[in-house]
Design a protein around this ligand. Structure first.
Ligand code: AG3
Length: 281
C-alpha cells in the first residue's frame, strides 16, 4: 500500500477556517486553459471530481442534487418552457436535465471555456453526452456579452456558474441581472447558483437587494451537495410572472424520468428556509 496520502481541500474555505477534505486516488487530467486550471481526479468516496481553479465543480456521487434542482424547479414552474439558455454549465449536467422536458424545443448553452466541454466529454459522458443532442446549440462566449445580443428571447435562463470570485464575478452584478431580464420573454424565469445561506449570508443579502428591484418575484431555494462548501448550495429564483409554488405544475414534475434527487414534494420543500435565513430575503 502506498505511504502517500493525497487529499484536496478548497483554498478559499481554508483561509476562512473551514474546508472539506476529499481523498484523491489519482489525477486523470490536468489542463491549463486560457481561462482556468482544470483538473479531473479520481476520489474513492465521490468518484470522478471536476475541479476548476481549485474549486469543486462537481463529483459523480452528488452532482444530481445540484443539476436536477437547478433545472427542474424553473422548468416545472413555467407553463411553456420552449427556449432555454444556460450560462456556464460546460459539464453538461444542467443540459442533460433540461432535455428530459419534451416542451423544450431549444437549449442554448453559453460557456466561456470550450476546454471544460472537451474534458467533460472525455471523462463525464453521463453529463456531457447531452451536448450532441439536436436541440442543443453551443456558444463559446462570455455570458454577459452574449446576453446583449439576445432580447426577449428566452422562457428560462439558468446561470450555472462557479463562485463569485475571479472570472465568475461578472455573473453576480446588477448590470448582469438587468441583461438577463431583457433577454427573457415577458413571462420569463431566471435561476442562478447563489451560494450557501450558512457561509455567504451577507453576499446573498446584498444580491437580493438588487434582484428585488429588477424582478417582481424573487425567492431562494436550496439543495444538498455534500462536496460543496457547507454541504449545501442555494439558487435565486427570479421571475416576471410565475411563482414557483403557486404555479408549480405537479403532473409535469411527476413525469420526469431517471431522477436521483428531485421530486414534487421536494420542489415545495426546497423553498422552506431555516429561521435564521428567513430574513435574508
Ligand atoms: N456550479 C458550481 C457551484 C459552485 C461550487 N462552489 C464551490 N465548490 N466552492 C457549476 C458546476 C456544476 N454544473
Amino acid at each position: 500500500m502506498s505511504q502517500i496520502d493525497l487529499w484536496f481541500g478548497e483554498q478559499y474555505g481554508r483561509e476562512n477556517g473551514r474546508y472539506l477534505n476529499i481523498k484523491l486516488d489519482n489525477v486523470l487530467e490536468k489542463i491549463v486553459s486560457p481561462f482556468q486550471e482544470i483538473y479531473v481526479v479520481n476520489s474513492p468516496a465521490f468518484g470522478k471530481v471536476l475541479i476548476n481553479d481549485g474549486v469543486v465543480m462537481l463529483t459523480e456521487a452528488d452532482e444530481a442534487g445540484y443539476h436536477e434542482m437547478i433545472a427542474h424547479v424553473p422548468l416545472c414552474s413555467h407553463p411553456e418552457p420552449r427556449e432555454v439558455l444556460v450560462i456556464g454549465g460546460g459539464d453538461g449536467g444542467t443540459v442533460r436535465e433540461l432535455l428530459k422536458h419534451p416542451q423544450v424545443k431549444r437549449v442554448d448553452i453559453c460557456e466561456i471555456d470550450g476546454m471544460v466541454i472537451e474534458i467533460c466529454r472525455k471523462h463525464f459522458p453521463n453529463l456531457a453526452n447531452s451536448f450532441s443532442h439536436e436541440k442543443v446549440h453551443i456558444y463559446l462566449e462570455d455570458g454577459a456579452k452574449f446576453l446583449t445580443t439576445r432580447k426577449g428571447q428566452y422562457d428560462v435562463i439558468i446561470v450555472d456558474s462557479t463562485d463569485p470570485i475571479g472570472p465568475g464575478a461578472t455573473l453576480f452584478t446588477e448590470q448582469f441581472y438587468r441583461s438577463i431580464s431583457s433577454s427573457l420573454k415577458e413571462d420569463g424565469i431566471a435561476v442562478s447558483q447563489m451560494e450557501s445561506i450558512f457561509w455567504h449570508t451577507e453576499f446573498i443579502q446584498n444580491t437580493f437587494l438588487y434582484l428585488k428591484k429588477i424582478f417582481p418575484i424573487t425567492t431562494y431555494y436550496y439543495t444538498m451537495v455534500p462536496t460543496y462548501p457547507s454541504g449545501m448550495i442555494g439558487f435565486s429564483f427570479c421571475s416576471k410572472k410565475y411563482h414557483p409554488i403557486e404555479d408549480f405544475i405537479v403532473e409535469r414534475a411527476e413525469e420526469i424520468p431517471d431522477l436521483r434527487y428531485y421530486h414534487s414534494e421536494l420542489h415545495r420543500a426546497a423553498f422552506q428556509l431555516p429561521s435564521f435565513a428567513k430574513n435574508i430575503f
